[in-house]
Design a protein around this ligand. Structure first.
Ligand SMILES: Nc1ncnc2c1ncn2[C@@H]1O[C@H](COP(=O)(O)OP(=O)(O)O)[C@@H](O)[C@H]1O
Ligand SMILES: [Mg+2]
Length: 243
């Protein structure tokens, strides 16, 4: 579904050139959840922006269903982002003073779905992330974790085939965080969506089917779940994570 082939992305900054992503090879299959770990500044967000065609690589190719994203016109790139991608942004970005239901359905409405239908499709996703009782609240009336869950429902209600999640559990407590990651994984498994999950959370990464690490723009590994620590390691982490 998503294939990155020797992808390179540099930024120009006052201090000179920053190699944000340097020579990354990565493939995600339908139905698979891949966790991408890595310290701050290692290029994780840049990789998601490249996968969403919000940015073009300086070298290498990013393909979705076999199509080179750098060949898309502006309109095609926009359609790709609207129809194929569910992007859960690191900064949440909800519309102020607008209800939870309206915030979650906005992307469908921008895609041309009538308001009533968009809200009917968004509602079950809001219920699924535990916000069924807060449909009429505005972001100002929600906690940080609840706002984050609105953004997750907004990304999922268009039923995207590729979910790009940039630290979606950053504002959530550990129980909600594990629930959210399990929700993303179950969407991958139920609907054959691919999930690229950027996270700092090693426990979240253990829930994923596969896990890899970026450091200074380079991928360190890409091992399969079968080679990961056994389930007992997860149980042992829990008390430490809550301490
Ligand atoms: N627009 C930009 N201009 C210049 N440098 C940038 C820009 N965006 C990110 N960077 C730099 O690129 C590197 C990777 O950033 P980023 O992809 O945001 O990493 P992460 O998401 O892992 O924290 C960092 O060194 C960051 O400072
Ligand atoms: Mg980031």
């Amino acid at each position: 579904m998503l294939e990155l082939d020797r992808v390179v992305k540099h930024y120009q900054s006052g201090a000179g050139e920053v190699r944000a992503v340097s020579g990354v090879d990565l493939t995600i299959a339908p139905g698979e959840m891949l966790a991408l770990l890595g310290p701050s500044g290692s290029g994780k967000t840049t990789l998601l922006l490249l996968a969403a065609a919000l940015m073009r690589p300086d070298a290498g190719t990013v393909r979705f269903d076999g199509r080179d994203l750098s060949t898309l016109s502006e309109n095609e790139a926009c359609d790709y982002l609207m129809n194929d991608i569910g992007f859960i942004y690191q900064g949440v970005h909800l519309m102020p003073r607008v209800s939870t239901l309206e915030n979650a359905s906005i992307k469908l409405m921008l895609g041309g779905v009538a308001m009533r239908d968009a809200q009917a499709r968004a509602r079950p996703w809001l219920e699924r992330v535990g916000l069924g009782a807060h449909l009429r609240r505005t972001p100002e009336e929600l906690s940080g974790g609840e706002r984050q869950r609105v953004a997750i429902a907004r990304a999922l209600c268009g039923e995207p085939s590729l979910i790009l999640a940039d630290e979606p559990t950053g504002n959530l407590d550990s129980a909600r965080s594990a629930e959210t990651i399990e929700l993303l994984r179950s969407i991958a498994h139920e609907r054959g969506a691919a999930v690229l999950l950027v996270t700092h959370d090693a426990e979240a990464a253990l829930i994923a089917d596969r896990c890899c690490t970026l450091r200074d723009g380079e991928l360190l590994d890409g091992h399969h779940a079968a080679t990961e620590p056994p389930a007992v390691a997860l149980d042992q982490r829990r008390p430490a994570a809550q301490a």
